[in-house]
Ligand binder design. Structure first.
Ligand code: ADE
Length: 243
């Protein structure tokens, strides 16, 4: 997977990416990150890339041409027409299913806006997906791009160690994860559930599954509708309803 990020703050994206697991994966050659500074494509002698909005109003708008030239410089290298994700609170809300969909691509281009937005015409010309990371407004698209790259990276072959394997995490099966405990057995008066100390593997597995079901039902009942439940799961949930 090759990530390409069109941004006015390349250092922010590189710093965020290099730290931790995504950086380790890049060093191993499992993925790559290229940042493209939109300012390098300014068509103005003062290196400006923004201008006043037509029709008036507050703030500045990123101009179409520098964004387009930055995109063109990437598209030349990737060949074909890569998906171009524009980070915006107006987009489709990112979720695990979309992460899985994006992880199947070879190249992903992220377009990060700032100020009051980007000239609509260049968005129409190059953007394939407008993506939001949630219903709140950030100052720019860099953090959303990092969030999406992180979620996609951990799904790629070899990025996580076996013991960190992505397939057992929350949302894998539309169920939240069960609670985890480590040493000591008693911490400030709080003890570890005895079943986890029993060494009885089947009982541990059943307890964990039940905890996942309880948590999902309490915290995210909307997910349960899409979860793949066994007959035993359904019976357990029905029993909870009776309580
Ligand atoms: N840019 C500003 N806010 C955003 C959000 N919530 N998601 C994606 N891009 C954004």
């Amino acid at each position: 997977m090759n990530f390409h990020v069109l941004t006015l703050f390349p250092d922010m994206v590189r710093d965020g990416f290099q730290t931790s697991i995504t950086g380790r994966a890049a060093e191993k050659g499992l993925l790559s990150l290229e940042t493209i500074n939109i300012r390098d494509f300014s068509v103005n002698k003062h290196n400006r890339v923004d201008d006043y909005p037509y029709g008036g109003g507050a703030g500045m708008v990123m101009q179409a041409e520098p964004v387009y030239l930055a995109y063109e410089s990437v598209a030349k290298r990737t060949g074909g027409t890569p998906r171009v994700l524009y980070m915006s609170p107006q987009g489709r809300v990112f979720d695990q299913r979309m992460a899985e969909e994006l992880a199947r691509e070879d190249e992903l281009v992220f377009l990060c806006g700032h100020y009051e937005g980007i000239d609509e015409r260049v968005l129409q010309e190059i953007v394939t997906d407008e993506v939001s990371i949630g219903d709140y407004v950030l100052t720019g698209g860099e953090l959303p791009a990092l969030v999406i790259m992180d979620a996609v990276s951990r799904l790629l072959e070899g990025v996580l160690h076996n013991e960190e394997s992505a397939q057992f995490d929350s949302f894998h099966d539309n169920l939240l994860e069960y609670p985890q405990y480590s040493r000591p057995e008693e911490w400030r008066g709080r003890t570890v559930p005895p079943v986890l100390l029993s060494g009885h593997h089947a009982n541990v597995e059943r307890w964990r599954r039940e905890q996942s079901l309880i948590r999902t039902r309490e915290r995210r009942p909307d997910l349960l509708e899409h979860a793949q439940l066994t007959e035993e799961d359904k019976k357990f949930l029905a029993k909870l309803e009776e309580l």
